[in-house]
Design a protein around this ligand. Structure first.
Ligand code: ADP
Ligand code: ADP
Ligand code: ZN
Length: 224
């Protein structure tokens, strides 16, 4: 059944599964807005806001930022006009508490989640993806040293910005983030399954093959 806009998608999956990479492609293909809670926190870190300083302590340990803070940040962000056609939620929700808060905030806009694609990928692949990830300091574009390298080493293809390795992508933190995922975030799989919204995508393939599966899944709810 094709929906009319706004369309809201939640990308579920462990850190490093490829949510951000896929969200960016869906954004340009379907005209939806990618909202990444991790990117919002990193913007706040860069701008040294109070929220950024609070988030830093959690992010550095690979723990989740408290629900009340995270929910308020996302709720504020989705009021902006660039979200009018719909949102691809990337990295949010990450707890059952956040998931029900999201349902409530969308209900206030007479909207709801139409689909929750889950990126399924093995643990060793995840570690490899996170440790090889590089991010543009200026525009946030995501690369991988082996699987999605920039044209010139250390330089963003899009804006020429400098690429860096996130401090939470160092091996010690990566293992804790995976642990936190299984404990606190993986119950979302059941949450969206019970609502009939879950669709599993094999994320253990090259970026283009994952994209094709994602686009086919999203086409079941967007007629485009
Ligand atoms: P990844 O893309 O590897 O999944 P993110 O950029 O989404 O990582 O998140 C980086 C960090 O920001 C998380 O480890 C966590 O500390 C914090 N964070 C991001 N989103 C959330 C959220 N929805 N709830 C709580 N903390 C979050
Ligand atoms: P997430 O948002 O789920 O944390 P990202 O989209 O940031 O994941 O991807 C994590 C890392 O893996 C990045 O370096 C990205 O370039 C790379 N990557 C994403 N998808 C794939 C894929 N299908 N195959 C190989 N590498 C990938
Ligand atoms: Zn850039």
């Amino acid at each position: 059944m094709a929906s009319t806009y706004p369309v809201h998608l939640v990308l579920v999956g462990p850190p490093g599964a490829g949510k951000g990479t896929q969200a960016a492609q869906l954004e340009s293909q379907f005209g939806l807005k990618q909202i990444s809670s991790g990117d919002l926190f990193r913007e706040n870190l860069k701008n040294q806001t109070e929220l950024g300083e609070l988030a830093r302590t959690y992010i550095d340990r690979g723990e989740l930022v408290p629900d009340n803070v995270t929910i308020a940040m996302v709720e504020d962000r989705i009021q902006r006009p660039d979200c009018a056609k719909g949102v691809i939620f990337d990295g949010f929700p990450r707890t059952l508490e956040q998931a029900s808060a999201l349902d409530e905030m969308l209900a206030l806009q007479d909207s709801e989640i139409q689909l929750a694609p889950a990126l399924v990928v093995s643990d060793d692949v995840i570690i490899d993806r996170m440790t090889g990830r590089r991010v543009c300091r200026n525009c946030g574009a995501v690369y991988h040293m082996c699987y999605n390298p920039p044209k010139a080493e250390g330089v963003c293809d899009i804006c020429g910005g400098e690429l860096y390795q996130r401090s939470d992508d160092l091996p010690e933190t990566v293992r804790n983030r995976l642990f936190v995922y299984y404990k606190q975030t993986s119950p979302l799989i059941g949450y969206y399954y019970a609502k009939g919204l879950l669709v599993r995508v094999n994320a253990d393939q090259p970026i283009g093959a994952v994209s094709r599966e994602m686009v086919a899944a999203v086409r079941t709810v967007i007629d485009k």
